[in-house]
Write a new protein. Structure first.
Length: 500
């Protein structure tokens, strides 16, 4: 019997009423294992209405109440991390250890939310004038929404909702319809932790559900992670409807390898960062820029390591890389490799014909490595979102930096070198929001914010960390004067207020 994933509205399961369902596939087998209900406009409205009603009390709740619930949620999440990782593997396809890592990174943001008391402290200036004090405070927005991608079905929602609800907002999540089960399980754990009904809601669906959230007058802010074209649409549409928006888009992350680098360490890092999670992550290294004469040796070291990667089902402990999310995505990724030679690249490894015995209908693709890739090639220009690594050559640091900075994307960049001066120059001169020095995937820890530059971010705020707290709250300044009991009535004064 096919499993059905329904919505979560007002603290309980809400069966889909639209009659429309989407298929959820096990990527390792190609089998449709689940149907997910697609929300109608009326169902989205019901979720927003539940969140709006819950905000009446949740927005006025004490910090102690909010954080105590989040502490209980954290304990439940920790206890059920293996179960949640299993749901991720079954629907996304990533190997179990990678799925566990995703849950662990989500836990970091829950930790941050548990300590929200410090982040929400205001400021006070006394005696700015005679018996006048000025205080600044931060207050929640109301109903906020999150629209999240398939590649991290647990972590990316947890980049959003723990901070949002800790700040006093209520939340409507629209997760990817390709792997929806983890989001509903998180909702169940929040309810078990004691979160009041309506504070956290989940609606599944497609563009119709997204567009309703973007235009709904009771949704005050929208957080999004996904591709650049959709991020641009989210930002434009939600902003036009008067909403605060943070929309994180795509990437083409570069790893600069200087001639003095430890090439073994650089090759290890390139393979891990390019092919981990089958390349389906916005912080994957998809372009290595080799400077000087090291290019041939570096490519050979990458090839040697890449060929040894064990590809198989995510629930097999021996697997190091799983399948791609859908057959259509697998075919799109393969097309970049198939056309690479005609665009001037050397195809060192071609993984497009890879299959796994016993799982012939899975969405499999092997490791691909392209060398001497010109910047005009589609494999370099586009975000492939698969296990394809492009190697480009540059004669000097300056040439390499210009190449990197010419990219329209600016999510992350890394440099591998033993030279502290070169590393310092790179971190100051590269046009990217997150930089690694001998670290290939510079995803910040929870108490620093995540976000890129250029076409990798639309909006003024990065996600989680201090930016996350500021995004989910708005500032208010209060000026107060209390008369001294000994003062005589001052009378009317139509002049400009005196501060001395």
């Amino acid at each position: 019997m096919t499993k059905i994933v329904n919505h979560w509205i007002g603290g309980k399961t809400a069966e889909g009423a639209s009659g429309t369902y989407g298929p959820v596939t096990n990527p390792a087998t190609g089998e449709v294992t689940t149907k997910v209900a697609f929300a109608s406009v009326e169902e989205v409205d019901a979720a927003v209405a539940a969140a709006k009603e819950a905000f009446r009390t949740w927005g006025q709740s004490s910090l102690a109440q909010r954080t105590s619930i989040l502490f209980r949620f954290r304990a439940l999440l920790d206890a059920h991390r293996d179960e949640i990782a299993g749901l991720i593997t079954a629907e996304h396809g990533k190997v179990h250890s990678d799925a566990l890592g995703e849950v662990a990174r989500g836990l970091e943001i829950v930790d941050l939310a548990c300590g929200i008391n410090v982040q929400l402290k205001g400021e006070l200036s006394t005696q700015v004038a005679s018996r006048v004090d000025v205080a600044s405070i931060r207050q929640p927005l109301g109903v906020v929404a999150g629209i999240t991608p398939f590649n991290f079905p647990a972590m990316v929602p947890m980049w959003m909702f723990p901070l949002a609800i800790a700040c006093g907002n209520t939340f409507v999540l629209k997760p990817s319809e390709k792997d929806p089960s983890a989001s509903v399980r998180l909702a169940e754990l929040l309810a078990e932790a004691g979160l009041p009904e309506g504070v956290f809601n989940v609606v599944h669906g497609d563009k119709a559900a997204v567009d309703r959230l973007l235009e709904h007058p009771d949704v005050k802010a929208v957080s999004f992670v996904g591709s650049t074209p959709i991020a641009r649409h989210i930002h434009t549409t939600a902003s036009a409807n008067g909403k605060r928006v943070q929309a994180l888009g795509g990437a083409k992350n570069h790893m600069l390898v200087l001639p003095d680098a430890d090439l073994d360490a650089a090759a290890d890092a390139a393979v891990s960062a390019a092919y981990g999670s089958a390349g389906e992550r916005c912080m994957a290294i998809s372009a290595v820029v080799a400077v000087g004469a090291i290019g041939d040796e570096l490519v050979e070291k990458i090839r040697e390591r890449a060929e040894k990667i064990k590809i198989g089902p995510g629930d097999d402990p021996a697997s190091e890389m799983g399948p791609l999310i859908t057959a259509a995505h697998r075919d799109k990724v393969a097309s970049y490799v198939a056309g690479a030679a005609d665009e001037g690249a050397d195809v060192v490894l071609d993984g497009t014909g890879h299959t796994v015995d016993g799982y012939e209908n899975g969405h499999w693709i092997g490791i691909s490595l392209l060398d001497k890739v010109p910047t005009t090639a589609k494999a370099y220009q586009d975000e492939i979102f698969g296990p394809v690594l492009c190697v480009l050559r540059a004669g000097t640091y300056e040439e390499a930096l210009d190449l990197i900075n010419a990219s329209p994307f600016g999510n992350g960049a890394a440099v591998f070198t033993r030279d502290g001066g070169a590393a310092r120059r790179f971190q100051l001169e590269v046009e990217a929001g997150m930089v690694g020095v001998n670290v290939p995937i510079p995803v910040p820890v929870g108490y620093h914010s995540f976000g890129g530059w250029k076409d990798s971010l639309f909006g003024d705020h990065h996600i989680y960390g201090n930016d996350g707290t500021h995004f989910y709250t708005r500032g208010k300044v209060v000026t107060t004067r209390w008369p001294d009991p000994a003062d005589a009535p001052a009378g009317v004064d139509l002049g400009f207020p005196r501060n001395h």
